[in-house]
Design a protein around this ligand. Structure first.
Ligand code: T5A
Ligand code: NA
Length: 212
């Protein structure tokens, strides 16, 4: 339909919940169904800022905690012009992690409050839907590879989860809780159906601004 915009759909959740797997599957399925859809991941590690963040996460580089928080946010802002343009053209964007990961991870550190953490991301394109993939720490750890990157320890992950729950209290945002312990296929079907519903609902509504 001419003039219809794409939806902005964020995938959030604890580490290993299946965000990247589901993001890829969703975009493939939407395209197969004749929709225009693109996948984005944050951090987007291919830009200069993104390469720095990649080295930070791999433990190859240390960056001061406030500074790195601002860099994660800057890495989202540097993609905003192209995101807005695509949405306007009718492309649905699926984002694998967004500002909510940004706030949840930094505010889990000592001496960071949620309010400070939110500031740099205020005004980003507001997701029309945030799918939160829920998985117990035990199930997440059983999915392998856990513990190789910065932040991948269970105590820190518990704090991250608490921060996510705090952010979910914001009823101006459309959070949908998803039980990520299901099979990849069952999860995919559930996510695809919620995504398609949202795409229809928002196609003639203006894109919002996050936390404004
Ligand atoms: N970060 C990020 C910040 O501190 N600030 C920020 O602003 C942002 C954006 C980036 C790190 O950066 C931090 C948060 C993170 O610590 P990343 O690159 O997103 O992290 O992390 P990855 O390590 O790539 O991904 P995750 O650990 O989050 O995993 P996913 O994407 O949730 O899970 P996925 O799909 O890769 O699957 C993990 C494994 O489980 C299997 C998969 O095959 C895979 O082996 N799996 C399933 N197994 C059984 N049942 C299912 N339903 C399964 N789904 C997937
Ligand atoms: Na991922």
């Amino acid at each position: 339909m001419a003039g219809a915009r794409g939806a902005l759909i964020a995938l959030e959740g604890v580490d290993r919940a299946g965000k990247s797997t589901q993001g890829r599957r969703l975009v493939e399925a939407l395209r197969a169904g004749g929709h225009r859809a693109d996948l984005l991941r944050f951090p987007e590690r291919t830009t200069e800022i993104g390469r720095l963040l990649g080295a930070y996460l791999a433990g190859e580089k240390d960056v001061e905690d406030h500074a790195v928080h601002l860099l994660f946010s800057a890495n989202r802002w540097e993609h905003v012009p192209s995101m807005k343009e695509k949405l306007r053209q009718g492309v649905t964007l699926v984002v694998d992690r967004y500002a909510f990961s940004g706030v949840a991870f930094t505010s889990a550190k000592e001496n960071f409050c949620v309010d400070w953490c939110k500031q740099p991301d205020i005004g980003l394109p507001k997701p029309d839907l945030i799918l939160f993939l829920q998985l117990s720490p035990e199930e997440a750890a059983a999915r392998g590879d856990f513990g190789s990157e910065r932040y991948e320890n269970s105590l820190f992950q518990e704090k991250v989860l608490k921060s996510f729950y705090h952010l979910m209290k914001d009823k101006t945002l459309n959070w949908k809780m998803i039980d990520a312990s299901k099979s990849i296929e069952d999860l995919h079907r559930e996510i695809k159906s919620i995504a398609e519903e949202t795409m229809l609902e928002v196609q003639n509504k203006p894109l919002g601004e996050l936390w404004k």
